[in-house]
Design a protein around this ligand. Structure first.
Ligand code: NCD
Length: 333
């Protein structure tokens, strides 16, 4: 496989230090793979002979299946790991599990874990052992979920120019992210990519789910001008928005009672058809899934074929993940 001259990263663990050029390389590569996925034979030999291990230590429907399909469409041999029936239940450590997959000749590891930092720890171990294995973070605790933010970026940019999606198209666009930002790795990764594009990012949630340090965290990354505004009311975030991304209430990550009730949350922060009238007439809705219908978004909006990009996000996910696996593998040979 020819190395990609624009790609030098072995691992994809966080989007914090991604450059505009890297985002655009990913978007362009995903366009090529989207074309492959539209063919009758939806497969290319790009990763033939490579082994991709999907090590999902936490539940997942779309991310896991999407990576599995992406690896298969690239003709890689993919291994799927199920923690409940693995040697983890016999006390094996996560690093020893990773080393077992390394010993089988794994080239790329896609890792999801409920604790922040696990993919980074595995990547460091792979480096220490002198291997070329690439590690991709498929969601770690409340930290990051880079491939989700990249597929969100691809979906939004394709909405503006389907043939040539580019990061710069989001410049000056108003993007509202609504919901459980505190517990969301999706929001954290999206903050890096969307602010890097020059979009105006508006976050809205009840104060218990939107800590003020979010703005400081992004402002501290001074290499790019980043625009981020926090709201503890929904309406100002929605006014004239071009895109609205709503997030699931992550009940499994809540350790305290942070909300009076789901009904009250829906009344104050739920996205409804009525509230969307505050946005641009061309507004589009995103949600990473899984969805609590009737809580963060009304059920009819979720299924609206024009307003909702939720299915496009899932479809985009396969092309983006093919692009990521391809780019990571291109540096290995
Ligand atoms: C997200 C996740 O797992 O972080 N889902 C996803 O990967 N599509 C968001 C969530 O769980 O709410």
């Amino acid at each position: 496989m020819p190395p990609s001259p624009d790609w030098t990263r072995r691992h994809i663990l966080s989007l914090a230090d991604f450059t505009p050029a890297e985002y655009n390389t990913i978007l362009q590569t995903a366009v090529s793979f989207r074309e492959v996925l539209s063919r009758r034979t939806k497969k290319v030999p790009a990763l033939q002979g490579k082994v991709v291990a999907n090590l999902f230590f936490e539940s997942s429907t779309r991310t896991r299946s999407s990576f599995e399909l992406a690896a298969k469409r690239l003709s890689a041999d993919s291994l799927n790991f199920a923690p409940g029936t693995s040697s983890l239940t016999k006390g094996e450590t996560i690093l020893d599990t990773a080393k077992t997959y390394l010993a089988m000749g794994t080239d790329l590891m896609v890792i999801r874990h409920r604790d922040a930092g696990v993919p980074t720890a595995i990547a460091q171990e792979m480096e220490r052992l002198g291997t070329q294995v690439g590690v991709l973070n498929a969601g770690d605790g409340q930290h990051e979920h880079p491939s989700q933010a990249l597929l969100d970026l691809f979906t939004m940019c394709c909405c503006l120019d389907a043939d040539e999606p580019r990061l710069e198209q989001l410049q000056g666009k108003k993007i509202a992210i609504i919901g459980d930002i505190l517990h969301s790795r999706v929001a954290r990764s999206n903050l890096w990519s969307l602010t890097a594009s020059g979009a105006e990012v508006h976050l809205a949630a009840p104060p218990t789910l939107l800590p003020a340090y979010f703005a400081e965290m992004i402002a501290a990354a001074t290499d790019l001008p980043r625009s981020i505004t926090l709201h503890w009311d929904l309406e100002p975030a929605l006014e004239q928005a071009d895109f609205v991304m709503t997030l699931r209430l992550q009940k499994e990550r809540m350790t305290q009672h942070l909300l009076p009730s789901l009904r009250e949350y829906h009344q104050q922060f739920g996205i409804t058809r009525d509230r969307l009238r505050l946005c641009q007439p061309s507004v589009r809705l995103l949600h990473p899934g899984p969805v609590n219908r009737g809580v963060e978004i009304s059920s009819d909006l979720m299924d609206d074929p024009v307003l909702s990009l939720v299915s496009q996000q899932v479809t985009s996910g396969v092309a983006i993940r093919m692009a990521l696996l391809y780019l990571m593998a291109s540096g290995q040979d």
